[in-house]
Design a protein. Structure first.
Length: 123
């Protein structure tokens, strides 16, 4: 039997497709959770369904058709969990790429200002 933790460690990695999502923010709170319905295509050609709740800070707006990393029990396709570590790694990669793009834009702007002023770049 696969429990949630065991599924995350030993389950088969896959991509699920967002069918629908709804943001639920409890009264008095600033952030909420996405309630997401997923379609999970399995290698045998069948498609399962799953629902999950994900903190809104962990995932951008999960629009229909978006992919979400999951893990499932190969012996029981009804057992599906969102792969939180993969989701977090994907978010970290997006943030790192954005930081690199920002740094490149800053450097380009500095170079342009130096060129206009006739300065030569240092170090």
């Amino acid at each position: 039997m696969f429990g949630r933790r065991k599924l995350l460690r030993e389950g088969v990695a896959a991509q699920a497709v967002v069918v629908s999502s709804e943001l639920r923010i409890p009264a008095g709170r600033k952030s909420g959770r996405w309630l997401i319905q997923l379609a999970v295509p399995f290698p045998d050609g069948t498609t399962g369904s799953a629902s999950c709740k994900i903190d809104e800070r962990r995932i951008p707006v999960p629009s229909p058709g978006a992919l979400v990393p999951v893990r499932y029990d190969p012996n029981n396709h009804a057992k599906v969990v969102v792969d939180g570590p993969a989701l977090d790694a994907r978010r970290a990669a997006r943030l790192q790429a954005a930081a690199q793009r920002d740094a490149a834009r800053v450097q380009e702007a500095l170079d342009a200002v130096r060129e206009r002023n006739g300065d030569t770049p240092t170090g």
